[in-house]
Ligand binder design. Structure first.
Ligand code: SF4
Ligand code: SF4
Length: 208
């Protein structure tokens, strides 16, 4: 998804050290995203070794307008709420607040602001995974359907590891049980659709 970002931190994701000390769940979420990003980077390197070029770039955001089925998990929702309420400031915060308050009126992802992801450091796993090789998506195109061979396949090891790690937040007590819930797909029952959520309450929290 949109690789243009409002936060240009060199780390993916940034460490947010002080907040992690205060919010242990945030440390877990950032670890989940570090693992996800490692898998994506490995997938990109494998594609490049085969002569492919990543098309996703800053300012490319057609996917953030056309994708309607972006899964987001409870730990990710906590991260998004924390990030917009505590890390965003100024004009970007106000624009996003208005978008979240009215998001049902627009087909785009409510976090797309000026062709960039306003929550880029805390964007969901699904957005981190979706990358396309060789040619940027046309407006309205979902490359997953139009040219699946160009869509990066997330490295299964990292994807499964990140999902299992996330289940620690849901008090699934053992590593074996977490892996089993990833393997049988039941982990996905936790997900909600980013587009269908009621973001108005987050807009209200931002206003406070
Ligand atoms: S190439 Fe497609 S998937 Fe990649 S950032 Fe652009 S619109 Fe999104
Ligand atoms: S959260 Fe929205 S704006 Fe950000 S990358 Fe995902 S779809 Fe795009």
């Amino acid at each position: 998804m949109s690789k243009k970002k409002h936060d240009d931190s060199a780390q993916t994701p940034p460490a947010f050290a002080e907040d992690v000390a205060r919010l242990p769940w945030l440390g877990l979420l950032l670890e989940v995203y570090r693992t996800t990003d490692e898998g994506v980077a490995q997938g990109v390197r494998e594609g490049e070794r085969k002569g492919r070029t990543l098309a996703c770039a800053r300012g490319c955001a057609a996917c953030c307008r056309s994708h309607t089925d972006i899964p987001v998990y409870p730990l990710e929702l906590a991260g998004i709420a924390w990030y917009v309420a505590e890390q965003l400031h100024g004009a970007l915060r106000e624009t996003l607040r208005l978008q979240l308050a009215q998001h049902r009126a627009t087909p785009s992802c409510p976090f797309l602001v000026d062709e960039a992801c306003a929550i880029h450091p805390l964007r969901p796993m699904a957005c981190r995974h979706f990358n396309v090789f060789d040619r940027a998506c046309a407006e309205g195109e979902d490359a997953f359907h139009t040219r699946p061979a160009d869509v990066l396949k997330p490295v299964a090891f990292h994807k499964d590891k990140a999902l299992a790690m996330m289940l620690r937040h849901h008090e699934v007590p053992t590593d074996a049980e977490r892996k089993a819930r990833v393997a049988d797909g039941s982990v996905h029952t936790l997900a909600q659709s980013l587009r269908d959520l009621r973001w108005e309450s987050l807009a209200q929290r931002m206003a406070r």
